[in-house]
Design a protein around this ligand. Sequence first.
Ligand code: ADP
Length: 410
Amino acid sequence: MVENVDEVVSILMVDDHDESLLAISSVLDPLNQNLVKCNSGEDALRQLLKRDFAVIILDVGLPDMNGFEVAEIIRERDRSRNTPIIFITGINKDAPNVSKGYSLGAVDYLFKPFDAEVLKAKVSVFVELYKKTELVRSQTEQIFLLRERERERELELEREKLKFERMVLLSEKEAAEAIAKKAIELERSNSELKQFAYIASHDLNEPLRTVSSFVELLAKDYKGKLDENADQYIAFILGAIARMKEQVKGLLNHAKIGQSSSRVTVDCGLVVDKVLRDVQSSIQQSDAVLEIGVLPTVKGVESELRLLFQNLLSNAIKFRKEGVSPIIKISAEEKGDGWEFSVSDNGIGIDLDHRDSIFEIFNRLHVEKEFSGTGIGLAHCRKIVELYGGRIWVRENPEGGSVFVFNIPN
Ligand code: ADP
């Protein structure tokens, strides 16, 4: 392979006469290339097996096989099919021989005695041509090699990508399986919990009723007959029993939320009207002012929606500032794929720290003496809203007080 145009290439000279070979080589010496001399066709073919030649100068009248036969074999081989052959002859000047030479792919046909300058010029052209062709070939080879390497790299990259994607798929699958497993566990523990809450609250009623009846009997039959503290103790017990009854009732109601599976289209405007009637007396007592906007219809269970609005509304009235009449606004606006409801008041407001915990069951921020209650109302609200696929939260009312917001998707 010729790496650059200055490199030495080989020229094959075939003639059975040493003096002819000497004459040709003395002509070509100044070209400074590797001159390979052969006396026979067989020797020439042997040389051609060893290396490639830029040009072959071939005597037609060789003793073993003539130049044309040698040329025929040269042309049969792939590697030498296009090697230029210059025939040299001292005898076959006749036209049929010349045309035979050309038909065998000779690039030239020279007659002895040949013109040294002409031979040198011709050979030098073929040497240059060979060098250039080799250069192009080697560059093409390099480009091909580079392309191959690039392709290999691309394939490697593709393989890595596939490996990575497989890993991602696998870990996604594992994660999905873990989530599904967790969901099943949660579902099970959730339903166990629901059942427990229901059974516990239901079963608690029975001993509570017994305790309550006997303490009431005690209060009735022994009032003033025991020592001076006894009446007061009994009164405390009766108060605690009443609260406990409320709590058990609340717990039972909480467990029942979501048990009715038939959701229908419910008009929230009508629901709020009914709630207003239920809390009519506390509205009047507190001088509350109510602003009710246009409320939409949603898919739900009427009793649950009633419980939701009733808890929010009665809290808005209950947690009012002393000496300030409650101003309560209920509104709704379409947002995303559902409705966002707001119940705002001008009451005592809620500390930032407690804005999440108030939705937990039995969580209260005040003692019974300040504001009565069981601490279960907002837990009802959250359970109902979440059951409908929504969320409930509270924020500060810029005009003072709180705004309870919840959304219900369509
Ligand atoms: P309850 O009203 O029986 O105490 P809730 O679950 O309804 O129980 O409310 C939990 C707590 O959240 C209340 O005790 C009160 O501290 C706070 N809260 C609820 N609504 C309001 C409100 N509108 N304004 C201020 N505080 C409120």
